[in-house]
Design a protein around this ligand. Structure first.
Ligand SMILES: Nc1nc2c(c(=O)[nH]1)N[C@H]1C(S)=C(S)[C@@H](COP(=O)(O)O)O[C@H]1N2
Ligand SMILES: [Mo]
Length: 238
């Protein structure tokens, strides 16, 4: 699923927000949760009117749009690029361990992506930069019969993704958001980005990508969350 660039939409939505700011300044509307809420509401309304190239609504059911990622916590890893190591391992011909500098020598992809958190917020069209998981898989040479990817992160956090979805072109080892290094709460120096599934699959403080023959439910999946996590099917809980 590719999401086309939408600079014009973004400009238009900023214009609308400006308009709303002027239009409601000093009116009774500010008493109802404020302008921020109204702006988010407007973004949600706009998103509901849009469809993806494959016909699905751009905004999955039960989601509302906010303007920037909410820091959702988790046990932080070491953010220093100098100590970062990414293992690409499991059922592969050529296991690898990449340091951050080496990771950056691989082809970089810059893309707009929508992300959807199971708690109900979505951030649309942010610019993410990173390396395609498909590229790393090709380098490592995944063995016949691989069915899943397990994203591994600091302190044992894991997230499982079916192999075909993990190899989609928009699935990245991401190290920049809006052109800047990931900030502390968002998993620096690199995190997974899996836009097609609820955001818990996008492991922060990434330490490994492991290819497996069998499914291995991850941190949230063994705690009652849905094993697959498709936001359009509202696969929130098991
Ligand atoms: N390592 C790690 N990655 C994680 C988590 C976590 O607890 N630890 N939480 C997940 C959940 S539940 C969500 S919603 C997103 C939140 O990412 P954000 O804090 O950048 O918004 O990260 C996911 N990745
Ligand atoms: Mo989450």
């Amino acid at each position: 699923m590719r999401i086309p660039p939408r600079e014009s939409d973004l400009v238009e939505s900023m214009r609308r927000r400006e308009f709303i700011r002027h239009a409601v300044a000093g009116t009774v509307v500010t008493a109802f949760g404020g302008l921020y809420y109204l702006a988010g509401d407007e973004l949600t309304r706009q998103a509901r009117a849009q469809t993806l190239p494959d016909g699905r609504p751009r905004l999955p059911p039960g989601q509302r749009v906010i303007e920037a990622l909410e820091p959702m916590g988790g046990d932080p890893g070491d953010p220093r690029p100098s100590v970062f190591r990414l293992r690409v391992h499991g059922e592969v011909e050529r296991p690898m361990e990449l340091d951050f500098a080496t990771l950056l020598t691989h082809p970089q992809v810059e893309q707009h992506a929508d992300v959807h958190c199971v708690t109900g917020w979505s951030v649309l069209g942010a610019t993410w930069t990173g390396i395609q998981v498909a590229h790393l898989a090709k380098l490592a040479g995944i063995r016949a019969g691989v069915k899943h990817v397990v994203f591994e992160a600091a302190h044992g956090y894991t997230a499982n993704v079916p192999i075909d979805e993990a190899l989609a072109p928009d699935v990245l080892v991401a190290h920049k958001l809006e052109g800047r290094a990931l900030t502390r709460p968002h998993g620096p120096p690199a995190r997974a980005l899996v836009p097609s599934l609820y955001f818990w699959k996008s492991a922060k403080w990434l330490t490994g990508i492991r290819f497996t023959l069998r499914d291995e439910p991850g941190y949230w999946e063994i705690r009652g969350y849905h094993n697959h996590a498709d936001p359009w099917l509202e696969q929130r809980y098991a």
